[in-house]
Design a protein around this ligand. Structure first.
Ligand code: HEM
Length: 733
């Protein structure tokens, strides 16, 4: 669907469509095609009509540099001057056009979710939802092009990927009946129950307004001040403090529509649903130290991971599923208020039923045109999908289009190529900044006779979007919420109880870190009061670390059944696109057996050598453990020529630590071990393990007979994501 034929690139990351020459090319030629892994928006007109243009042709054409008006240029390095040493002339149109355009290259970043990465793909419907919705894209066998943008919430556009935060998971379905946007997150609940609080929670989470720090994180006073006073945020905050706040990869995140939606079938019958995206690779996370190192060493970690996986042919997949609930008057299910976006319905009570498969198979060909200019909106709905009275959702229905008018410079952003619907458009919206449709006719109003009455109104039988005619109960006007919204703790306790021992450790550590970073003791104390209402052991553990007294709970602690579906640990998953580092003693060492085994398993091999060379992707200077899911030690390299502290600060000059192995390799292995990563050694690699004191008696450390055997053993370990036995339980599991 995404236009381009895809081919697998064993070592992803190639910057261009073809390898460059050392000398600057001078013979004019047409622009190179996009890279094989890349696609762009469908080439449709602003009114959804296929234009037949090749995607490559909608970018640049012709072999010569031109002005924006197409006039060929003979020089772009020198301004037009009165003599070589003279003043620059105002008449230099090329200079002024080039600089003027550059001066206006930036647009406002998103108010929230500013940092993101996206991909093209296809959604294939199983047809299983056809019994509850008339949406054409959910009919059996329907294939719909999609564009998906993942994001962090708090950070600016240039912030780091691996911060502790919620992740956005926004999907644009270009259906035959118009665009449907599922604008969700990787966390199924939200901080607030009413959109009117959104500016409050975001102002609290963003950097402090005086110093504009800290960037892209919640570990600061204003965030914790707000969420400990506004305790309906407790459950979402607990998800953030869990491993869900630091995903290993966008490819390994669940997605949630959060709100309850209303599906409508062909007869008008309605069903309430919650949408879920289930990643085929499982839900996996970083460990906190790894996330922190990565923020410095590779701030683009998630963005790169997504693009690399697609380039390498490991196309990420998610199943879309729905939990279904009867559309009754109360809009409650098993005592859970379906209009309260701070509550989940445990999957054990309402199983997630798969309705289709999403595959991301192409990278954008231009970040700005696609990932930055895409505009999602909760109100972009298609017949068969409707909203509910969730007050958070209702406010969102206003907010997105409003913000996009500023961000994208006027009301015509639906005409940007990435936002164009594939369905015919006849909207009577006219003019405005950046209008690119060339409207005909004289009567953009209804009723008219001058344009022959066109456009006409559709009805139920001709595909109109008709709001479900639900009853609005007679009621007094109030600024209030239902009494069921007052329970802020029972589901947080359910979540805590559903965690395994290592997951509980991580949660306690995250609260300790985040509250510990607050300046004000009053805020820490208030944080502990919230924890006391979730779980006594969690509260005591954090209080001890903060050196503060343990408060008593202020609510009666609920006794919910755990929901095993909430835990990330304990199953086996595919290893597609995982990265395996192979350490060699010199660039010429033959590790083809290990490399081939990694590739055969659908993973990416990166050879790490003392210096660069043919077949080497990383050197000891450029390698860091966070990049690898597992390590193969194929040798015990001696200190490389640049292996001294003045050249590379990673080198240990500590006399006692100096061995005859390059200390950066030892750092690589000890960090990987500390982060629960699988390590295999063969040949001389055993000596590295010996130098750092690991043996095959340690969990997840294996000796192998050769490269193939090493990789086979690693794959077995990688299926569980991490070597969990390296994290001995302290808190009750
Ligand atoms: C369940 C709650 C919410 C979820 C799941 C959610 C999700 C998202 C996502 C995924 C994005 C990024 C879209 C993209 O990739 O371009 C986004 C952006 C945004 N959200 Fe939300 N959001 C929620 C609540 C709210 C609320 C309550 C408001 C305001 C009342 C709001 C206002 C915005 C705004 C202004 C943007 C930036 C949009 C743009 O500039 O294009 N969100 N949200």
């Amino acid at each position: 669907m995404s236009g381009t034929a895809h081919q697998r690139n064993d070592i992803p990351g190639a910057p261009g469509a073809e390898p460059p020459t050392v000398e600057e090319p001078t013979s004019p030629r047409e622009p190179l095609p996009p890279k094989p892994d890349q696609s762009g928006p469908a080439t449709v007109s602003p009114t959804g009509q296929p234009t037949g243009a090749d995607q490559a042709d909608v970018a640049q054409r012709g072999g010569y540099l031109t002005t924006a008006q197409g006039a060929r240029l003979y020089d772009t390095d020198h301004s037009l001057k009165a003599g070589p040493r003279g003043p620059v002339l105002l008449q230099d149109h090329h200079l002024r056009e080039k600089i003027t355009h550059f001066d206006h290259e930036r647009i406002p970043e998103r108010v929230v979710h500013a940092r993101g990465a996206a991909a093209h793909g296809v959604f294939e419907s199983y047809g299983t939802a056809a019994r509850i919705t008339r949406a054409a894209f959910l009919a059996e066998g329907a294939r719909t092009p999609v564009f998906v943008r993942f994001s962090t919430v708090l950070g600016s556009r240039g912030s780091a990927d691996t911060v502790r935060d919620t992740r956005g998971f926004a999907t644009k379905f270009y259906t035959d009946e118009g665009v449907f946007d599922l604008v969700g997150n990787n966390i199924p609940v939200f901080f607030i129950q009413d959109a009117i609080k959104f500016p409050d929670v975001i102002h609290a989470g963003k950097p402090h307004p005086d110093r504009e720090i800290p960037q892209a994180q919640s570990a600061h006073d204003t965030f914790w001040d707000f969420v400990t006073l506004h305790t309906e945020a407790t459950f979402h905050t607990l998800w953030n403090m869990s491993d869900r706040g630091i995903p290993r990869s966008f490819r390994m995140m669940e997605g949630f529509g959060v709100h309850t939606f209303r599906l409508v079938d062909a007869e008008g019958a309605t069903t309430l649903v919650k949408f879920h995206w289930k990643p085929r690779l499982g839900v996996h996370s970083l460990v906190w130290e790894e996330a922190q190192i990565t923020s410095g060493v590779d701030p683009d970690f998630h963005r790169r991971d997504l693009a690399d996986a697609i380039e390498a042919g490991a196309h990420p997949q998610w199943e879309l599923g729905v939990q279904t609930f009867p559309d009754n008057e109360e809009q409650m299910f098993e005592g859970i208020d379906l209009l309260d976006p701070t509550k989940i319905v445990p999957e054990e009570l309402a199983p997630v039923q798969p309705v289709g498969l999403l595959t991301l198979d192409a990278n954008p060909s231009n970040y700005f045109a696609e990932t930055e200019q895409v505009a999602f909106h909760v109100g972009n709905l298609v017949p068969g999908i409707d909203v509910t009275n969730d007050a958070l959702m209702q406010g969102r229905l206003f907010s997105y289009i409003d913000t996009q008018i500023t961000r994208l410079g006027g009301p015509n952003f639906p005409q940007l190529p990435i936002n164009r619907t594939h369905a015919p458009v006849n909207d009577m919206l006219r003019d405005g900044m950046h209008q690119t449709a060339v409207h005909r006719g004289v009567a953009p109003y209804r009723p008219n006779s001058l344009d022959g009455g066109c456009p006409f109104l559709a009805g139920a039988g001709t595909g109109a979007y008709i709001e479900a005619p639900v009853e609005v109960p007679a009621a007094r006007k109030v600024r209030d919420a239902a009494a069921s919204f007052d329970d802020h703790y029972s589901q947080a306790r359910l979540f805590w109880r559903s965690m395994s021992a290592p997951e509980r450790e991580h949660i306690a550590a995250a609260y300790t870190f985040e509250l510990g970073k607050c300046y004000e003791n009053a805020i820490k104390e208030r944080g502990l009061k919230v924890l006391a209402n979730i779980d006594g052991e969690l509260c005591r553990t954090v209080a001890a670390e903060l050196g503060l007294p343990v408060p008593e709970p202020t609510v009666e602690l609920a006794d919910p059944d755990p929901s095993p579906a909430l835990s990330q640990i304990g199953k086996q998953w595919p290893v597609d696109g995982r990265v395996v580092g192979i350490v060699v003693t010199d660039p010429a060492q033959d590790v083809s057996e290990a490399r081939q085994a990694v590739l055969a398993a659908g993973m990416v091999p990166l050879v790490i050598a003392p210096t660069g060379g043919e077949g080497v992707q990383r050197t000891f200077a450029t390698a860091r453990s966070i990049e690898y899911d597992a390590l193969v030690l194929a040798g015990a390299p001696q200190p490389a020529a640049d292996g001294y502290g003045a050249r590379d600060a990673k080198v240990s000059d500590d006399a006692e630590a100096v061995t005859d192995i390059d200390s950066r390799v030892l750092l690589l292995v000890t960090e990987a071990f500390r982060h629960g990563k699988a390590i295999a050694a063969y040949g001389g690699g055993d000596a590295v393990l010996e130098a750092v004191g690991f043996t095959s008696a340690d969990a997840g450390v294996v000796g192998a007979a050769g490269g193939g055997d090493a990789v086979e053993q690693l794959v077995g370990l990688l299926r569980g994501h991490r070597v969990w036995d390296r994290f001995p339980p302290a808190l009750g599991g």
